[in-house]
Design a protein around this ligand. Structure first.
Ligand code: PLP
Length: 397
C-alpha cells in the first residue's frame, strides 16, 4: 500500500474529501509533494507559519533545545528557561496589564483555560460570545462557537452561553453584572475576515469594564503580525483583560497561551489549587521554536511589510468572478457567488501549484493567509495562478 492508501486506512478522517496531498518538504513559502510538484503556500498552515516553513533560526532553536531537554514535568513546576524567556519576550511586547502567560498545547486549550479563569475571577457563570466566531473544537470552545450547525450534534454543551451579533451596538447591552466574560475575535476570521468598527470595539471594552466582565480577545489567528500590527487589538486602541494566542505562537510547533495580569491569573492557584493542569502545555521545544520565530518576526521587520503585501494582492486580484475582497493585512477573503465556484477555483489553483482553501463559516470565500515572509515576486506569481484558475472556471461555466 502506498502512503495515500495507508493515510485513508489508518489516519482518522473528519471529512470525506481531505486534500490528501503528500507533502515531503516545506521551506519558506513553498511546499513540495511526493511527485516533486511545487506549491506556493497561500494559507501558511492556517495562519501558523507566519515566518515561513522551517525558518533556519527556528530549526536551529529546536535542535538546540532538543540537545538540552525535552519534557521534564507537568506545566508550572520547574523553571524551564525556554518558557521563562518566551513569556518575558511576549509580555515585553504587550501592555503592562498583560504580564502573566499560561502556556497550553493548543488554541482551544487556551480558550478553555481563559473561560475557567473568568469564572473564578468573577464568580459568575454567563459566557458571552459572538455569532460566526470560531474558538476551537473541544467541548467548552465548541459551546461558544458561533454557528448552531457545528454545535447541534454535541449537546448538551456548556450552559449559560449567549451569542450576540458581532459589531452590533445594541447587542452589547446584553452584557450585565451576571456576565463572567465576553470572548471575541477582534477580526472575525472564519466568517470571512470581518473587521468591526473602532467605536464598537471601544464600546464593548467600556461595557465590560462597567459590568466587571472580563474581556477575552482571541488573537489565535490574528496575532503575530498577521493583520499588520503585532496584535490586532492595537488597531482599536483598547487592551483586553485576557489575550488568547496560538497558531503562529509556536513558530510551527504546537503551542497556545492565555495571558492576563498576574493578580487575575493567581486565581488559578488556590481553592482548588492547580486550577488548570496540562502535561505538555508550554513544551520546552515549542517555546524555544516560538521564541525564535518571534525574534525573526521582529528582526526581519516582517510586520511593517504586511500592508504593502496586502496591497499587492488587492491590486492584482481583479476578476469578474470576484464579488468582493475583505482583508485586514495578510488575511484576505476573496468572495465568489457560491461554494461550488470557490471549490472549483481552489481545486484548479492546487492543480496549478497554489495552495488555498475556504473559511469554516464562509464556504464561498477563498482564504489567502500566506506566510508573512512571502516575497512580492512569489505573491505576484501566486496571483497569476489564481487568476488563471478563475479564467479556467469561468470558461467552463
Ligand atoms: N480561535 C481561533 C480564532 C482559531 O482560528 C482557532 C483555530 O483555528 C482556535 C481558536 C482553536 O485553535 P486550535 O485549533 O489550536 O485548538
Amino acid at each position: 500500500m502506498n502512503q495515500r492508501e495507508l493515510f485513508f486506512r489508518h489516519v482518522a478522517q473528519t471529512s470525506t474529501a481531505p486534500l490528501a496531498l503528500e507533502i515531503v518538504k516545506a521551506e519558506g513559502s513553498l511546499l513540495w509533494d511526493a511527485e516533486g510538484r511545487e506549491y506556493i503556500d497561500m494559507i501558511a498552515g492556517i495562519s501558523v507559519c507566519n515566518v515561513g516553513h522551517r525558518h533556519p533560526r527556528v530549526v536551529k532553536a529546536i535542535r538546540k533545545q532538543a540537545d538540552q531537554y525535552l519534557h521534564l514535568l507537568v506545566y508550572g513546576e520547574f523553571v524551564e528557561t525556554p518558557q521563562v524567556q518566551y513569556a518575558k519576550a511576549i509580555t515585553d511586547h504587550l501592555p503592562g496589564s498583560l504580564n502573566s502567560v499560561y502556556f497550553t498545547n493548543s488554541g482551544a486549550e487556551a480558550v478553555e483555560g481563559a473561560m475557567k479563569l473568568a469564572k473564578r475571577v468573577t464568580n459568575r457563570s454567563q459566557i458571552i460570545a459572538f455569532k460566526d466566531s470560531y474558538h476551537g473544537s473541544t467541548q467548552g470552545a465548541l459551546s461558544i462557537i458561533g454557528d448552531e450547525y457545528w454545535r447541534r450534534a454535541y449537546r448538551p454543551l456548556l450552559p449559560d452561553v449567549l451569542h450576540l451579533e458581532h459589531g452590533s451596538f445594541t447587542a452589547i447591552e446584553a452584557i450585565t453584572d451576571r456576565t463572567a466574560c465576553v470572548i471575541a475575535e477582534p477580526i472575525q476570521a472564519e466568517r470571512g475576515v470581518y473587521t468591526p468598527s473602532k467605536e464598537w470595539v471601544k464600546a464593548l471594552r467600556k461595557k465590560c469594564t462597567e459590568t466587571g466582565t472580563l474581556l477575552i480577545l482571541d488573537e489565535i489567528q490574528t496575532g503575530f503580525g498577521r493583520t499588520g500590527t503585532l496584535w490586532a487589538f492595537e488597531q482599536f486602541n483598547i487592551t483586553p483583560d485576557v489575550l488568547l494566542l496560538g497558531k503562529a505562537l509556536g513558530g510551527g510547533m504546537p503551542l497556545g497561551a492565555f495571558i492576563a495580569d498576574k493578580a487575575i491569573m493567581m486565581n488559578l492557584a488556590d481553592n482548588p489549587v492547580l486550577g488548570h493542569i496540562t502535561t505538555f502545555g508550554g513544551h520546552p521545544v515549542c517555546c524555544a521554536a516560538g521564541h525564535a520565530a518571534l525574534k525573526v518576526l521582529l528582526k526581519e521587520s516582517l510586520v511593517q511589510d504586511v500592508k504593502k503585501k496586502e496591497a499587492i494582492l488587492l491590486e492584482q486580484l481583479k476578476h469578474p468572478l470576484i464579488k468582493t475582497i475583505r482583508s485586514n493585512g495578510l488575511m484576505l477573503a476573496v468572495e465568489f457567488d457560491s461554494f461550488e465556484t470557490n471549490k472549483k477555483i481552489i481545486d484548479a489553483c492546487i492543480r496549478k501549484g497554489v495552495l488555498t482553501d475556504w473559511f469554516l463559516f464562509a464556504a464561498n470565500c477563498m482564504r489567502l493567509v500566506p506566510p508573512l515572509t512571502i516575497s512580492p515576486k512569489e505573491l505576484k506569481k501566486a496571483c497569476k495562478v489564481i487568476l488563471a484558475a478563475m479564467e479556467e472556471v469561468m470558461g467552463v461555466r
